[in-house]
Design a protein around this ligand. Structure first.
Ligand code: NDP
Length: 453
């Protein structure tokens, strides 16, 4: 690590104590950016890196609501408005008990680079709450969402900040949030993305992150004149991203062997079929059940519960060609990464944000596998959110084919940017450097153009 990065990290840790995920995200990006800062002293002089790691604004607020037993509950709400140099703040809302300031800052930071890579004019933001939708009924979720929006509405708007979904925030939550925003503001605008199809949503938005992660993997394989056909794939998670990653992999002839949730994972030696995937969608999106039920229904599958404190995850210890981590941050540690390599995995395309820790990333890079970091590989979701904003502004919906075509084009272009930038900075094949530097340059130049603000 260079002296400059070392000093920067000391300061980041001192100024942002107890935010390990944020430190991790900054360190990974800073290690790539040193290549740029060495060549471009103007960025260092303008303190772009020091400015880009400091959110433009952090909003934290109380979210009180009443549960079905009549008991008052108090959660904490957040919105991190990280960077608006190239467009309005844009990024999802996460509802999960683990949510805290540090996790949302890491996500907002990553979002700045990701959004820049999409080629669309979107700044970076992220928000959410430590509210846990699990075990709550629709009315409780609605009351929570209404209380959350009763504060958030002051800070967002179609040209200011446009939130979307993330873990724990799907179509149902976006609906309740949008309804409350509309009531408070008395205006129907594209202030949120991931909306329902008959009230301003875009076709392909639910599919976009998962489809995009698969398109990115296909682009990486193309550089080795290979395809996804017949490839054995490990997928983690069973939510939005995991479901549509699986759907697209099946469409392209790959075999998907695993899915998981926070309790455990299933391994289906015969592979997950389209019919089995429909069962998972109903299980997770309608009945809101646990993935364990998959193994109870299909005898070809075994279920293993996962111990979050163990030193590795057994999900990543199976023979396969490709891995699509699609659950959460740091789900692949150094040992998991080594297990993946030992089992023959040579493609990793990250649907989740920062699912691989720094040790794992270093291993993937040193082994020269096709490793697509989340910033690039999962940018399809926000890209189609950007397309939803465009359709809202035009008040004209595009067809499924048109949106999917644009998504594929954007994923191709992100892949190309990462590849070309990695080569230009002397690290061919390193998609981490490609994504970090590629995303940075556009934002940095815009920041210089706009002065010290
Ligand atoms: P969902 O809430 O739909 O699904 C999340 C899945 O991951 C669930 O299966 C959940 O299991 C599992 N999970 C969540 N937290 C943990 C944990 N701490 N340990 C183990 N498993 C966990 O979320 P999404 O599919 O939307 O998001 C998944 C990932 O993709 C996240 O990293 C998100 O930031 C990223 N992402 C999502 C985008 C989108 O468009 N939705 C866009 C870009 C990135 P359980 O039900 O048990 O909690």
């Amino acid at each position: 690590m260079s002296d400059y990065i070392q000093d920067l990290m000391i300061e980041v840790k001192a100024k942002n104590p107890s935010q390990p995920e944020f430190h991790q995200a900054v360190e990974e990006v800073a290690e790539s950016l040193i290549l740029v800062l060495d060549r471009h002293p103007e960025y260092r002089a303008a303190k772009i890196l020091e400015r880009i790691i400091e959110p433009e604004r952090v909003i934290m607020f109380r979210v009180p609501w009443v549960d079905d037993q009549g008991e008052v509950q108090v959660n904490r709400g957040f919105r991190i408005e990280m960077n608006s140099a190239i467009g309005p703040y844009k990024g999802g809302l996460r509802f999960h008990p683990s949510v805290n300031l540090g996790i949302l800052k890491f996500l907002a930071f990553e979002q700045v680079f990701k959004n820049s890579l999409t080629t669309l004019p979107m700044g970076g933001g992220k928000g959410g709450s430590d509210f846990d939708p699990k075990g709550k009924n629709d009315n409780e979720v609605m009351r929570f969402c209404q209380s959350f929006m009763t504060e958030l509405y002051r800070h967002i708007g179609p040209n200011t900040d446009v939130p979307a979904g993330d873990i724990g925030v799907g179509g149902r939550e976006i609906g309740y949030l949008f309804g409350q925003y509309k009531k408070l503001r008395n205006e129907f605008t594209g202030v949120l993305t991931g909306k329902g199809l008959n009230w301003g949503g875009s076709l392909i938005r639910p599919e976009a992150t998962g489809f995009g992660a698969v398109y990115f993997a296909a682009e990486m394989l193309k550089t080795r004149k290979d395809t996804l056909e017949g490839k054995k794939c490990l997928v983690s998670g069973s939510g939005n991203v995991a479901q549509f990653t699986t759907e697209k992999l099946l469409e392209l002839g790959a075999r998907v062997l695993t899915l998981s949730d926070s309790s455990g994972y299933i391994y289906d030696e015969e592979g997950i079929t389209a019919e089995k995937l429909e069962f998972v969608k109903e299980l997770k999106n309608v009945r809101r059940g646990r993935i364990k039920e998959y193994a109870e229904k299909y005898s070809s599958a075994v279920y293993e519960s996962v111990d979050a404190t163990a030193d590795h995850s057994p999900l990543w210890d199976h023979k396969a060609d490709c891995a699509f981590p699609s659950a959460t941050q740091n789900e692949i540690n150094g040992k998991d990464a080594q297990n993946l390599l030992n089992n023959g995995v040579f493609v990793v395309s990250e649907g989740a944000n920062m699912p691989t820790n720094l040790e794992g990333v270093k291993l993937f890079l040193s082994e020269g596998i096709l490793y697509g970091p989340g910033k690039a590989a999962n940018a399809g979701g926000v890209a189609v959110s950007g397309l939803e904003m465009t359709q809202n502004t035009m008040r004209l919906p595009w067809t499924r084919e048109e949106v999917d075509q644009r998504l594929q084009q954007i994923m191709k272009s992100i892949h190309e940017t990462c590849k070309v930038v990695a080569e230009r900075f002397g690290t061919p094949g390193n998609y981490v450097n490609g994504a970090n530097i590629g995303g940075f340059l556009k934002v940095a130049d815009a920041m210089i153009d706009q002065g010290i603000v």
